[in-house]
Design a protein around this ligand. Structure first.
Ligand SMILES: [Zn+2]
Length: 151
């Protein structure tokens, strides 16, 4: 199932911007329920759709998610709990990484660049984690989840 895409603000835009002021910037994309919200408009690249689809899925409106999750609960938790936020973004960034890594499996350097670029986005100031999550940890976590095993 693929989420719908709308060129408008998500229903809880004010709640999001209060917590993450940078979310007003052009190009920031949002997931709410079964819909991806792209207020800036324009086509979304496949890796971004894959990223947001993970959020939609884990918000619980598109399939079963353990723990009686729904979109409002997910957003409240996402805003209040940096560790939950990091885990949700980790899952979404791995999906983004998977979408792109196929094109550079033969090139280790290109793969390393992609990993670093994805890790940088995972710990971007937008998400306001504080100093808890380093680039090194983000790279390690993406690699671990990508390979589906603990390292
Ligand atoms: Zn995300």
């Amino acid at each position: 199932v693929i989420p719908a895409i709308k060129a408008e603000r998500p229903p809880n835009f004010d709640q999001i911007v209060e917590a993450f002021p940078d979310a007003v910037n052009p190009g920031v994309i949002f997931a709410y329920g079964d819909t991806i919200y792209n207020p800036s408009g324009g086509d979304l690249p496949a890796p971004i759709i894959a990223h947001e689809a993970v959020h939609c899925y884990r918000q619980g409106e598109m399939g079963y998610v353990p723990g009686r999750m729904n979109t409002a609960i997910w957003w409240n938790k996402y805003i209040a709990d940096p560790t939950f936020r990091y885990e949700e973004e980790l899952a979404a960034h791995v999906a983004e990484y998977v979408e792109q890594v196929a094109s550079c499996l033969a090139d280790r350097n290109q793969q390393a660049v992609l990993l670093m670029r994805t890790a940088r986005r995972l710990i971007a100031p937008l998400y306001k984690y504080g100093d808890t999550f380093t680039l090194q940890r983000a790279m390690r976590d993406i690699t671990r989840v990508y390979h589906g095993a603990e390292i």
